[in-house]
Design a protein around this ligand. Structure first.
Ligand SMILES: [Zn+2]
Length: 89
């Protein structure tokens, strides 16, 4: 394995900055059309990435950016799970 590897980066849909993929929360629209929070980063489907911060999450949810990124509506349950997943030590 090479010692220097490029860290995969993705854009946060809240602040729209590129961040290392591992530090972001991935939300995925599965092939079954369900919206899930993907904690492993390995689920198949269309994904959107958000920083684990309340600020970015608010921007992503209030601006309907998450809906647009996934081309699917986001249920209150999903929003609450996302909010629970941030701002925790
Ligand atoms: Zn962000």
């Amino acid at each position: 394995m090479p010692k220097v590897r490029k860290i995969p980066e993705r854009m946060c849909i809240g602040c729209q900055e590129m961040k290392p993929k591992k530090t972001l929360i991935r939300v995925v629209r599965t092939p079954e059309d369900a919206i899930e929070i993907d904690r492993t980063g390995k689920r198949s489907g269309r994904g959107a990435y958000i920083c684990p911060s309340r600020e970015c999450l608010d921007k992503a949810l209030k601006g309907k950016r998450l809906e647009k990124a996934l081309k699917h509506s986001i249920t209150q349950d999903i929003k609450e799970s996302l909010l629970e997943g941030v701002d925790r030590p």
